[in-house]
Design a protein around this ligand. Sequence first.
Ligand code: CP
Length: 306
Amino acid sequence: MKHLMSPLDLSLEELDQLLDLAGDIEKNPTKYAHACEGKKLATLFYEPSTRTRLSHEAAMLNLGGSIMGFSSANSSSAAKGETVSDTVQTVGCYADIIAMRHPKEGAPMVAAKRSPIPIINAGDGGHHHPTQTLTDLLTIRSLKGRLDNLTIGLCGDLKFGRTVHSLIQAMSRYENVNFILISPEELRLPSFIRVDVLEKNNIPYKEVVTLEDAMAELDILYMTRVQKERFFNEEDYIRMKDFYILDNAKMELAKEDMFVLHPLPRVNEIAVEVDDDPRAAYFRQVQYGVYVRMALILTLLDIHVA
Ligand code: CP
């Protein structure tokens, strides 16, 4: 049985097939409308979410399947001390596939060891968020027509941002990809990505502090939120939270064919005025997230539509 724990669980060939399937789903949604009839998705969310939970649910509903689940630990028996292993063995009696988000790094991996059904890691602490990465890859490929020969700027909380860590790992597998890491000193990319992924694989990158230092070079700007929930100290969060604000003046420094992505939710880091810029692609990215999760559910359930 296959689970999805990290974006690197898929070979480049499998990833291409998944993105191609997502592209076909986008073009021919009715072809897939009954593909998962009789199948059930359980969303087990121990941490808040809007997009990841609802897009998995939308994906299963679009495929003709059904959904069940909980949206907080407090509304499940986790509040009584039940382990994730016991929970997935229970849910395996009700559902065919699970999407799990958990604040503890590695929790979905622990769950997968005992699960009788496929598990999708829907985000584990500061570790991985593979379905966001699949969304990001599909968005970039759809907008730019390629996943190689790109300069990608990643801006904001590069220390705790699991979407950033997963995206760097995934994009590092393509030819001629450069990264510009835009963060304050306190939120720099941690060494398990900077050294172990970028430096060990000779992938070019540079670190800058201001957006202005990067904008003109970028093909993709990936903005991220400073995540209040990852800080131990409120003072540090307040000091960092408005460090970056992308506005129309900064967008003027960028190429005509640069695109702005953001995993969302945003707080203040992208001014609302930028939403009207045709290069603002973060809500299109949300829609791609549904197509790619449809493709992932079909793939993990080994369902093929002729
Ligand atoms: N992008 C993302 O993970 O959003 P949610 O936290 O709303 O699921």
